[in-house]
Design a protein around this ligand. Structure first.
Ligand code: UDX
Ligand code: ADP
Length: 459
């Protein structure tokens, strides 16, 4: 079969994989290939044991794999063949040199740019899919222009991805918007139209937003900063609730029913995690400081300060309430993923909390429906007193406390009478997600401490 166009995606991770699977499914006349430098990852994409857990993803992959969706490690050949190249390689926070701990590390991006240049023999549209600092496109264009002996046109377009993990397929199919940033030149506009044509297969026209390339790049950082800001705002109020006996969930409901504010992203928690929020805010802070906007940088850095404070506050509460010592006490950790419905643990608050509990010499039994593989990696080297168990009832046996760190719905429907009978007394529950029915637990006999609520002590 001949395809209308060849689409390539460089980077087969949490963004590239699901996005390309949906594009391939919705655009059968395009050939979509996803490449990665990691052969093991590609092999898993070719099997039913996908490298990431995402509800509904396997079904979509199965529908189009080997039809018009392909996974490969042959990067040079695929670049040569491609008309449109999405780049979704990782852009972690820099851990060295100028901008250490703040700026985005663009080494993978730059390597990719040079590879595109090296193997391209015809015009290409290069699409920035991963979140990037504002004006990255300019750097790319400079690289392309300065090295372009072949006289081909490489047009850079920004098309940031707004999907959230755990709901990626739905977010892709029913996106609030598709953002396409391009240059205000004929070739820039034409490239933007070609990208829009992909999404027009399933998105209505009014949801496709065209902007300048710089606005598009910055919008992604700002969207994540605003979302994270809401969580830090409610988490800051949670601390006040714990002092005043107000209830943070009641406040979220009362405040969120103001249609100007809205009710989403107001769940107080042990802190936000995930690969994006912290990284993107650090990046925003760094960019502001580079432009001498100290007040603006401080403002956004406050969102991260509250997030760190929230994680610290939570573990200190555990120590304090368990009579100021955790030495040799077994604690069952319910959930390690940074949120429910994913196996991803990047920047999960669980990593910080578990490390702190281990420093206090607690013994941990961690249970999580999907994230145990990653939890093992995250705690490698400090896991002498850690067990990773599939069954929550095994995790709680002889434990003195349960610490809920991820809002997996399955934790809600466990038999807490049975759990209580398996635990040492006094038994504690620290609900870092306001997931459980706290009053019921207190009646069973637990001492219950939840974010933004007054403590419910049975003793
Ligand atoms: C986020 C953005 O939502 C998405 O648009 C962007 O493309 C990538 O970053 P993601 O990190 O996958 O997505 O998950 P998200 O649902 O935003 O949750 C991030 C963190 O915030 C999680 O740790 C979650 O548990 C926490 N959270 C979310 C809260 O603590 N309270 C809330 O009310 C909502
Ligand atoms: P994200 O959550 O942004 O998708 P991931 O880390 O899940 O981030 O995915 C990024 C992917 O990009 C990884 O699988 C990584 O191996 C891949 N990658 C990094 N650099 C390159 C490169 N130069 N060529 C191809 N793939 C790359």
């Amino acid at each position: 079969m001949t395809f209308k166009k060849n689409i390539l995606c460089i980077g087969a991770g949490y963004v590239g994989g699901p996005t390309m699977a949906v594009i391939a499914w919705k655009c059968p006349e395009y050939r979509v290939t996803v490449v990665d430098i990691d052969p093991e990852k590609i092999e898993r994409w070719q099997s039913d044991n996908l490298p990431i857990f995402e509800p509904g993803l396997l079904d979509v992959v199965r529908k189009c794999r080997s039809r018009n969706l392909f996974f490969s490690t042959k990067i040079p050949e695929e670049i040569e063949k491609a008309d449109i190249i999405f780049v979704s390689v990782n852009t972690p926070t820099k851990t060295f040199g100028e901008g250490k701990d703040y700026a985005a590390d663009l080494q993978y991006w730059e390597k990719t740019a040079y590879e595109i240049l090296k193997y391209s023999k015809s015009d290409k549209i290069v699409v920035e899919k991963s979140t990037l600092p504002v004006r990255t496109a300019e750097t790319l264009e400079k690289i392309f222009k300065a090295n372009n002996q072949k006289n081909i046109n490489i047009e850079v377009v920004s098309n940031p991805e707004f999907l959230a993990e755990g709901t990626a397929i739905r977010d892709l199919l029913e996106a609030d918007r598709v953002l396409i940033g391009s240059h205000n030149t004929p070739s820039g506009q034409q490239a933007a139209e070609e990208i829009a044509d992909i999404y027009r297969h399933w998105m209505s026209e009014e949801r496709i937003i065209f902007t300048s390339i710089w606005s598009s790049e910055l919008s992604k950082l700002v969207a994540n900063a605003f979302l994270a800001q809401r969580i830090s705002s409610i988490n800051a109020i949670a601390a006040l609730c714990e002092k005043t006996e107000a209830n943070v969930q009641e406040i979220a409901r009362a405040v969120g029913s103001d249609s100007r504010i809205g009710d989403k992203f107001l769940n107080a928690s042990v802190g936000f995690g995930g690969s994006c929020f912290q990284k993107d805010i650090l990046n925003l802070v760094y960019i502001c400081r580079q432009y001498g906007l100290e007040e603006v940088a401080d403002y956004w850095e406050g969102v991260l300060r509250i997030n760190n404070y929230q994680k610290e506050r939570f573990y200190k509460m555990i120590v304090r309430e368990m009579f100021s010592t955790l030495v040799d006490k077994k604690i069952a950790v319910f959930g390690f993923a940074f949120k429910a419905n994913t196996g991803d643990t990047r920047e999960s608050p669980a990593i910080y909390i578990c490390k702190k509990l281990l420093e206090e010499k607690a013994v941990l039994a961690i249970t999580d429906p999907k994230a145990l593989e990653n939890a093992r990696k995250d705690l490698a080297g400090i896991d002498r007193n850690v067990s990773f168990v599939e069954d929550p009832y095994t995790a709680v046996a002889e434990a003195q406390a349960i610490v809920v760190l991820t809002e997996w719905p399955e934790f809600r429907s466990l038999d807490y009478h049975r759990i209580y009978s398996l635990m040492k007394k006094p038994a504690f529950i620290f609900d870092g997600r306001n997931l459980l029915n706290q009053e019921e637990l207190r009646q069973i006999g637990f001492n219950v401490f939840a974010i933004g609520k007054k403590p419910l002590r049975a003793i």
